[in-house]
Design a protein around this ligand. Structure first.
Ligand code: CTP
Length: 404
């Protein structure tokens, strides 16, 4: 509930992307925000006041000179009552009026009357977006301190391709959160998380890999970011979408993963959830290895650097205050993991049983044992996102205790 109690005034302009504003209302409310909407005259051509009102569960404001509304809730009051104004879609026309200080309807009047942060999600045809007038208005609005998210590049409803698509609702939510977020318990801290497998190339077409999906590590990075940590996620190859609200460094091999982790330091907490390949080919062939007769080629492997042990072994201020490892075990889970914690030099170790049949590697659920200096704690099987949230909360409590 990152936006609990925050009041968002959403201005819906007249553009085809107005339909995405309906989803945006839901996403903002899911996070605890209260949303009140102004639907411009153009906006009503694309979505109805009824659908907007059903989602905001509030009056939908439209005309400036509506005597009943003006008496109950004037344009000044509307902007005063909000913590943030979001304009989505922000049309070229609305941007031009804002840049010129024009106030000739309720939306533009509320925008001129506000001293609250304003976020625009522009949406228009690529030629309109690239037009000198729009770019000039954009520069002026940004200089005035107006926040802007998007537009994105892609296919447009008008059949053209380019910049002009409105940012997706979740991208707009992330921008809202970064503007008005209530500071979480990890605000002011830095976190580093590794996730996914590594791919160790044998030749241009083949590689060594493992079954890791990256889901657990991604969920942990998102949970830490949600609590306010400035988070860097170092991810091996996965099929997952890049999470919003954190920095993500994509790597392929263990050696690249180590270099990326080192570049992300200093960090207060580092969590190593990646299933790093223990070995790589001694020499990567530059051309495809060919069959020769019936003999299979002998692979010569060398050991990869141990990223967790390397970072946990750093001295002094270089070492994150809290280093958390993972252990993928198939037998004697607690015993092996307890030894692994000491051997790797980490503070906590999250051990999971990845034997055949558990469905944990690659699945959406996990069952873990948290090993610390004081023993092992069993966390019953639950979603990986729940494991992540619980771990992130423990990290916050620990770092607060360490700082006190
Ligand atoms: N790890 C790492 N770098 C490596 C190997 C592992 O950072 N080269 C990290 C993993 O991210 C995990 C922890 O070390 O946090 C343990 O990984 P695991 O595969 O269980 O341990 P291994 O060191 O590979 O030990 P073994 O395969 O002998 O069980």
């Amino acid at each position: 509930m990152a936006l609990r109690g925050k009041r968002v005034l959403l201005i819906i302009g007249g553009g085809i992307a107005a339909y995405k504003a309906l989803d945006l209302i839901r996403r903002l409310k899911e996070r605890g925000a209260k949303v009140r909407a102004i639907l411009t005259r153009g906006g009503t051509e694309f979505v109805t006041p009824l659908s907007v009102g059903a989602l905001t569960e509030d009056t939908v404001y439209g005309e400036l000179f509506n005597l009943t509304d003006e008496a109950a809730m004037g344009h000044i009051q509307l902007s005063r009552d909000a913590d943030l104004i979001v304009v989505a879609p922000a049309t070229a026309d609305l941007m031009a009026k804002m840049a010129g200080g024009i106030a000739n309807d309720l939306a533009t009047t509320a925008l001129l009357a506000t001293d609250k942060p304003v976020l625009l999600a522009p949406s228009m045809n690529v030629r309109m977006w690239e037009h000198k007038a729009t770019q000039r208005n954009l520069t002026m609005l940004q200089a005035d301190g107006i926040h802007v998210v998007g537009p994105n590049e892609g296919d447009m409803a008008c059949g053209e391709f380019g910049f002009g698509r409105m940012a997706e609702p979740l991208e707009i939510v992330a921008a809202v959160e970064s503007i008005v977020q209530i500071p979480g318990p990890l605000a002011g801290t830095r976190a580093l998380v590794t996730a996914g497998p590594t791919h160790e190339p044998l030749d241009p077409v083949r590689y060594l890999a493992n079954r890791s999906s990256g889901k657990q590590g991604y969920a942990i990075a998102e949970a830490l970011a949600r609590l306010g940590a400035e988070t860097t996620l170092v991810a091996g190859p996965t099929r997952l979408e890049d999470p919003l609200g954190l920095e993500i460094l994509h790597v392929e091999t263990a050696q690249q993963m180590l270099a990326a982790c080192e570049s992300a330091l200093p960090a207060d907490v580092a969590i190593f959830a990646a299933a790093v390949a223990d070995w790589r080919a001694d020499a990567r062939a530059n051309t495809k290895i060919k069959k020769s007769g019936t003999d299979a080629p002998a692979l010569k492997l060398v050991q990869n650097p141990d990223i967790l042990a390397t970072i946990a072994g750093l001295d002094g201020t270089q070492r994150p205050k809290l280093v958390v490892g993972f252990a993928a075990e198939t037998d004697n889970v607690i015993e092996n993991a307890t030894q692994k914690r000491t051997r790797k030099g980490c503070d906590w170790l999250v051990a999971n049983d990845v034997s055949d049949g558990t469905g944990i590697m690659g699945g959406d659920e996990n069952e873990v044992h948290l090993i610390t200096a004081s023993g092992a704690e069993h966390w019953p099987r639950t979603r990986k996102t729940d494991v992540a949230a619980r771990l992130a909360t423990m990290v916050a409590t620990h770092l607060k205790g360490a700082a006190a």
